[in-house]
Design a protein around this ligand. Structure first.
Ligand SMILES: Nc1ncnc2c1ncn2[C@@H]1O[C@H](COP(=O)(O)OP(=O)(O)O)[C@@H](O)[C@H]1O
Ligand SMILES: [Mg+2]
Length: 213
Protein backbone atom coordinates (compact mmCIF):
# COMPACT_ATOMS: atom_id res chain seq x y z
CA UNK A 1 0.00 0.00 0.00
CA UNK A 2 1.35 3.41 -0.94
CA UNK A 3 -0.14 6.51 0.65
CA UNK A 4 0.19 9.97 -0.90
CA UNK A 5 -1.17 13.23 0.47
CA UNK A 6 -0.90 16.45 -1.55
CA UNK A 7 -1.53 20.05 -0.43
CA UNK A 8 -4.04 19.10 2.23
CA UNK A 9 -6.37 21.64 3.84
CA UNK A 10 -9.35 21.10 6.09
CA UNK A 11 -11.43 24.01 7.36
CA UNK A 12 -14.13 23.59 9.99
CA UNK A 13 -16.49 26.52 10.37
CA UNK A 14 -17.54 27.28 13.92
CA UNK A 15 -19.86 30.05 15.08
CA UNK A 16 -16.91 31.97 16.46
CA UNK A 17 -14.60 31.57 13.45
CA UNK A 18 -12.93 28.94 11.31
CA UNK A 19 -10.48 26.24 12.33
CA UNK A 20 -7.95 25.74 9.50
CA UNK A 21 -5.93 22.51 9.68
CA UNK A 22 -2.83 21.12 7.90
CA UNK A 23 -1.76 24.26 5.97
CA UNK A 24 -1.15 22.44 2.68
CA UNK A 25 0.47 19.35 4.16
CA UNK A 26 2.06 16.91 1.70
CA UNK A 27 3.67 13.56 2.50
CA UNK A 28 4.10 10.03 1.25
CA UNK A 29 4.29 6.70 2.99
CA UNK A 30 5.84 3.81 1.10
CA UNK A 31 4.21 0.36 1.20
CA UNK A 32 5.07 -1.27 4.51
CA UNK A 33 5.95 2.06 6.12
CA UNK A 34 5.05 3.25 9.57
CA UNK A 35 4.29 6.82 10.54
CA UNK A 36 3.61 8.57 13.83
CA UNK A 37 1.31 11.61 13.73
CA UNK A 38 2.17 13.85 16.62
CA UNK A 39 1.06 17.27 17.79
CA UNK A 40 -0.92 18.71 20.68
CA UNK A 41 -4.60 18.14 21.27
CA UNK A 42 -6.58 19.97 18.59
CA UNK A 43 -3.79 19.89 15.98
CA UNK A 44 -5.80 17.61 13.68
CA UNK A 45 -4.49 14.08 14.30
CA UNK A 46 -7.91 12.47 14.48
CA UNK A 47 -9.17 14.54 11.54
CA UNK A 48 -6.23 13.40 9.39
CA UNK A 49 -6.89 9.73 10.22
CA UNK A 50 -10.59 10.25 9.36
CA UNK A 51 -9.61 11.86 6.05
CA UNK A 52 -7.31 8.90 5.22
CA UNK A 53 -10.21 6.52 5.95
CA UNK A 54 -12.68 8.46 3.77
CA UNK A 55 -14.77 9.22 6.86
CA UNK A 56 -14.34 12.92 6.11
CA UNK A 57 -13.54 14.94 2.97
CA UNK A 58 -10.85 17.64 2.78
CA UNK A 59 -11.54 21.26 1.90
CA UNK A 60 -8.68 21.09 -0.61
CA UNK A 61 -5.94 18.67 -1.59
CA UNK A 62 -5.61 15.07 -2.70
CA UNK A 63 -5.36 11.79 -0.82
CA UNK A 64 -4.28 8.66 -2.68
CA UNK A 65 -4.14 5.11 -1.37
CA UNK A 66 -2.43 3.19 -4.16
CA UNK A 67 -4.35 4.31 -7.24
CA UNK A 68 -7.55 5.26 -5.39
CA UNK A 69 -8.38 8.94 -5.01
CA UNK A 70 -9.72 8.66 -1.47
CA UNK A 71 -10.83 12.30 -1.11
CA UNK A 72 -13.33 11.83 -3.94
CA UNK A 73 -15.07 8.85 -2.33
CA UNK A 74 -18.41 9.13 -0.58
CA UNK A 75 -21.33 6.96 0.50
CA UNK A 76 -21.22 3.33 -0.58
CA UNK A 77 -17.88 3.67 -2.39
CA UNK A 78 -16.27 5.14 0.73
CA UNK A 79 -17.71 2.35 2.91
CA UNK A 80 -16.46 -0.31 0.52
CA UNK A 81 -13.01 1.28 0.31
CA UNK A 82 -12.81 1.33 4.11
CA UNK A 83 -13.93 -2.24 4.53
CA UNK A 84 -11.40 -3.56 1.97
CA UNK A 85 -8.38 -1.38 2.66
CA UNK A 86 -8.40 0.18 6.10
CA UNK A 87 -8.21 -1.21 9.62
CA UNK A 88 -9.11 1.36 12.29
CA UNK A 89 -8.04 1.14 15.95
CA UNK A 90 -9.72 3.73 18.16
CA UNK A 91 -8.48 5.22 21.41
CA UNK A 92 -11.24 3.32 23.16
CA UNK A 93 -11.61 -0.17 21.82
CA UNK A 94 -15.27 0.16 20.65
CA UNK A 95 -15.92 -3.56 20.90
CA UNK A 96 -19.55 -4.67 21.00
CA UNK A 97 -20.26 -5.71 24.61
CA UNK A 98 -22.76 -8.42 23.73
CA UNK A 99 -20.31 -10.27 21.47
CA UNK A 100 -17.33 -12.45 22.40
CA UNK A 101 -13.78 -11.49 21.48
CA UNK A 102 -13.90 -13.90 18.55
CA UNK A 103 -17.25 -12.55 17.30
CA UNK A 104 -15.98 -8.98 17.57
CA UNK A 105 -12.91 -9.82 15.50
CA UNK A 106 -15.01 -11.57 12.85
CA UNK A 107 -17.53 -8.74 12.58
CA UNK A 108 -15.99 -6.81 9.64
CA UNK A 109 -15.92 -10.08 7.71
CA UNK A 110 -19.60 -10.62 8.37
CA UNK A 111 -20.28 -7.07 7.14
CA UNK A 112 -18.45 -8.00 3.93
CA UNK A 113 -20.36 -11.27 3.59
CA UNK A 114 -17.29 -13.36 4.28
CA UNK A 115 -16.76 -16.27 6.61
CA UNK A 116 -13.62 -15.62 8.61
CA UNK A 117 -13.88 -17.48 11.92
CA UNK A 118 -10.64 -19.33 11.25
CA UNK A 119 -8.73 -16.19 10.40
CA UNK A 120 -10.22 -14.44 13.45
CA UNK A 121 -9.03 -17.28 15.65
CA UNK A 122 -5.57 -17.02 14.11
CA UNK A 123 -5.49 -13.25 14.69
CA UNK A 124 -6.42 -13.77 18.34
CA UNK A 125 -3.41 -16.08 18.55
CA UNK A 126 -1.18 -13.41 17.01
CA UNK A 127 -2.31 -10.82 19.56
CA UNK A 128 -1.81 -13.34 22.37
CA UNK A 129 -5.46 -13.99 23.23
CA UNK A 130 -6.15 -17.43 21.78
CA UNK A 131 -7.29 -18.62 25.20
CA UNK A 132 -9.84 -15.83 25.58
CA UNK A 133 -11.74 -16.10 22.31
CA UNK A 134 -15.01 -16.74 24.09
CA UNK A 135 -14.65 -13.99 26.68
CA UNK A 136 -16.86 -10.94 26.49
CA UNK A 137 -15.20 -7.48 26.50
CA UNK A 138 -16.14 -6.84 30.14
CA UNK A 139 -14.24 -10.03 31.08
CA UNK A 140 -11.02 -8.66 29.54
CA UNK A 141 -8.52 -6.07 30.80
CA UNK A 142 -8.14 -2.73 29.02
CA UNK A 143 -4.98 -3.92 27.29
CA UNK A 144 -6.62 -7.16 26.18
CA UNK A 145 -9.62 -5.29 24.75
CA UNK A 146 -7.30 -3.08 22.77
CA UNK A 147 -5.50 -6.14 21.39
CA UNK A 148 -8.87 -7.59 20.34
CA UNK A 149 -9.52 -4.27 18.59
CA UNK A 150 -6.20 -4.64 16.74
CA UNK A 151 -7.16 -8.17 15.67
CA UNK A 152 -10.53 -6.85 14.45
CA UNK A 153 -8.75 -4.13 12.47
CA UNK A 154 -6.73 -6.83 10.69
CA UNK A 155 -9.42 -9.33 9.84
CA UNK A 156 -10.03 -8.06 6.30
CA UNK A 157 -6.26 -8.06 5.59
CA UNK A 158 -6.11 -4.28 5.19
CA UNK A 159 -3.08 -2.71 3.55
CA UNK A 160 -3.27 0.22 5.95
CA UNK A 161 -3.96 0.31 9.68
CA UNK A 162 -4.92 3.65 11.23
CA UNK A 163 -4.61 3.87 15.00
CA UNK A 164 -5.88 6.88 16.94
CA UNK A 165 -3.96 7.15 20.22
CA UNK A 166 -4.35 3.38 20.73
CA UNK A 167 -2.37 3.40 23.98
CA UNK A 168 -4.08 6.48 25.41
CA UNK A 169 -6.08 4.48 27.95
CA UNK A 170 -3.36 1.96 28.84
CA UNK A 171 -0.76 1.89 31.59
CA UNK A 172 2.91 1.83 30.54
CA UNK A 173 3.36 -1.95 30.58
CA UNK A 174 0.20 -2.61 28.55
CA UNK A 175 1.04 0.22 26.16
CA UNK A 176 4.40 -1.43 25.48
CA UNK A 177 2.74 -4.77 24.66
CA UNK A 178 0.41 -3.03 22.21
CA UNK A 179 3.17 -0.96 20.58
CA UNK A 180 5.39 -4.01 20.16
CA UNK A 181 2.45 -5.80 18.57
CA UNK A 182 1.84 -2.98 16.06
CA UNK A 183 5.55 -2.86 15.27
CA UNK A 184 5.65 -6.61 14.70
CA UNK A 185 2.64 -6.48 12.38
CA UNK A 186 4.32 -3.72 10.42
CA UNK A 187 7.66 -5.51 10.17
CA UNK A 188 6.51 -9.09 9.66
CA UNK A 189 3.24 -8.69 7.76
CA UNK A 190 4.17 -5.45 5.96
CA UNK A 191 0.97 -3.76 7.08
CA UNK A 192 1.40 0.00 6.71
CA UNK A 193 0.59 1.85 9.92
CA UNK A 194 -0.30 5.46 10.67
CA UNK A 195 -0.60 6.07 14.40
CA UNK A 196 -1.69 9.27 16.08
CA UNK A 197 -0.07 9.73 19.46
CA UNK A 198 1.19 12.38 21.78
CA UNK A 199 3.35 9.94 23.65
CA UNK A 200 7.06 10.43 23.00
CA UNK A 201 7.65 6.75 23.66
CA UNK A 202 4.88 5.54 21.36
CA UNK A 203 6.21 7.48 18.43
CA UNK A 204 9.60 5.76 18.70
CA UNK A 205 7.92 2.54 17.53
CA UNK A 206 7.14 4.08 14.12
CA UNK A 207 9.87 4.72 11.54
CA UNK A 208 8.67 8.14 10.38
CA UNK A 209 7.04 11.07 12.06
CA UNK A 210 4.94 14.09 11.09
CA UNK A 211 4.31 16.76 13.68
CA UNK A 212 1.05 18.61 13.09
CA UNK A 213 1.58 20.98 16.02
N1 LIG B 1 -16.65 17.63 12.95
C1 LIG B 1 -16.05 18.76 13.35
N2 LIG B 1 -16.69 19.94 13.31
C2 LIG B 1 -16.08 21.07 13.69
N3 LIG B 1 -14.81 21.13 14.12
C3 LIG B 1 -14.11 19.99 14.20
C4 LIG B 1 -14.69 18.74 13.81
N4 LIG B 1 -13.75 17.77 13.98
C5 LIG B 1 -12.66 18.39 14.46
N5 LIG B 1 -12.86 19.71 14.58
C6 LIG B 1 -11.87 20.70 15.05
O1 LIG B 1 -10.64 20.45 14.41
C7 LIG B 1 -9.56 20.62 15.31
C8 LIG B 1 -8.72 19.36 15.32
O2 LIG B 1 -9.41 18.30 15.98
P1 LIG B 1 -8.86 16.82 16.06
O3 LIG B 1 -8.60 16.32 14.68
O4 LIG B 1 -9.78 16.05 16.90
O5 LIG B 1 -7.44 17.05 16.77
P2 LIG B 1 -6.56 16.03 17.64
O6 LIG B 1 -6.98 14.64 17.32
O7 LIG B 1 -5.14 16.33 17.22
O8 LIG B 1 -6.78 16.38 19.07
C9 LIG B 1 -10.18 20.96 16.66
O9 LIG B 1 -10.10 22.38 16.80
C10 LIG B 1 -11.60 20.52 16.53
O10 LIG B 1 -12.44 21.35 17.28
MG1 LIG C 1 -7.64 13.06 18.49
Amino acid sequence: MGLRVRELHKVFSHGDGDVALFGGLSFELAPGGSLALTGPSGSGKTTLLRLLAALETPTAGEIWVNDVRVDRLSGEAARDFRLRNIGFVYQEHRLLPQMTALENVALPGIAAGEECTERSQHLLEIVGLAGKANHFPEQLSGGERQRVAVARALVMCPALVLADEPTGQLDAARATVLLELLQKLNQEQRVSIVMATHSQRARSYMREQINLG
